[in-house]
Structure formats: C-alpha cells, structure tokens
Design a protein around this ligand. Structure first.
Ligand SMILES: [Fe+2]
Ligand SMILES: [Fe+2]
Length: 166
C-alpha cells in the first residue's frame, strides 16, 4: 500500500463504519421500529445506542478533528480552500445534531425515552443520517479518491504519523 493509499484507506474505513452505524440508526428510527421508543432494557437497543455513541466519538468527532486540524490545512495549500470551507461548515451542522442526540443516548441508557424524547431522537437521527451520508459522499469523491493528485508523499507521511496521536 502506498503512503497515499494508507491515509486514504484509514479515512475511508472510518467513513464506512460511520455509514454502517447510520444504517443501523435509520433502521431503528424509521418504518415499523419507530413505533417503539428506545429502551435499554432490550439488549439490542442497548447495543445500538452504545455502538452509536462509540462511532460518533471515534469515527465522527475524532475524525472531524483530524480533518480540520491536519488534513484540510494541507489541502488548502493546494488551492482547495473553497472545498474545505464547505466541508467544515457541514461538520458544524452535523455536530449541531450530534450534541443533543448524544444527550438523548445517555438518557436512553438510564431509562426508557418518553414519547416526546423519542420524537426528538428520531428527528435528530434523520437529520444526522442525511447530513452525514451526503458529507461522506462528497469527501469520498472530492478527496479520498484524488489523494494522490492532491497531496505529495511527504504530506501524506506526516498525516499518517499525526493520525496515530488522535
Ligand atoms: Fe469530514
Ligand atoms: Fe471524513
């Protein structure tokens, strides 16, 4: 694996994990399942909430921080400022859904969600699934696939080193 492929593969793998968690979240908050509020006494609900929080912390929040602090500044030096500004704005929008959703996840682990809390959870989940899916599609097409053209080997090597500290 080349150094370009290495950093691209890491980010790509986290995108896939995020999409898989979004798929599970969507499945639990839409269709038939949406009639039943989350209840952590049910092992599958508890597992879903815990897995969701873990993915949000690692593959979304940590991943966003790495992109904003390490990857995007390098891309900006290669004339990608317009793209990174748009991606950072999307991060901010997504984080706006994450904060209240995580609070409700915490509540759901302590007691079953009430009716209005469940409606709020579902609305936030829908917003999060839509915004994050769209965001990842953009990054996959605009950055991950073109990593070799966008960054030189030294920059990629530096990113790989820095990444281990995140
Ligand atoms: Fe991103
Ligand atoms: Fe990303």
């Amino acid at each position: 694996m080349t150094i370009h492929e290495s950093i691209g593969a890491t980010l790509h793998a986290e995108h896939l994990q995020t999409l898989s968690a979004m798929d599970a979240l969507d499945g639990r908050t839409a269709g038939e399942a949406k009639r039943r509020p989350l209840d952590a006494l049910r092992p599958e609900d508890k597992q879903l909430v815990e897995a969701l929080v873990a993915v949000i912390d690692s593959d979304v929040c940590r991943h966003f921080r790495f992109e904003e602090e390490e990857l995007f500044p390098k891309l900006e030096k290669h004339g990608m400022g317009d793209v990174t500004r748009m991606l950072i704005e999307e991060h901010a929008t997504i984080k706006g859904f994450i904060a209240p959703l995580k609070r409700l996840c915490q509540t759901a682990l302590e007691r079953p969600l009430g009716k209005s809390e469940w409606v709020e959870f579902r609305n936030l989940a829908m917003d999060l699934v839509n915004s994050i899916t769209f965001h990842i599609q953009k990054e996959e097409m605009g950055i991950i696939r073109g990593m070799e053209m966008l960054l030189d080997e030294a920059s990629c090597r530096e990113l790989v080193c820095r990444y281990s500290a995140y």
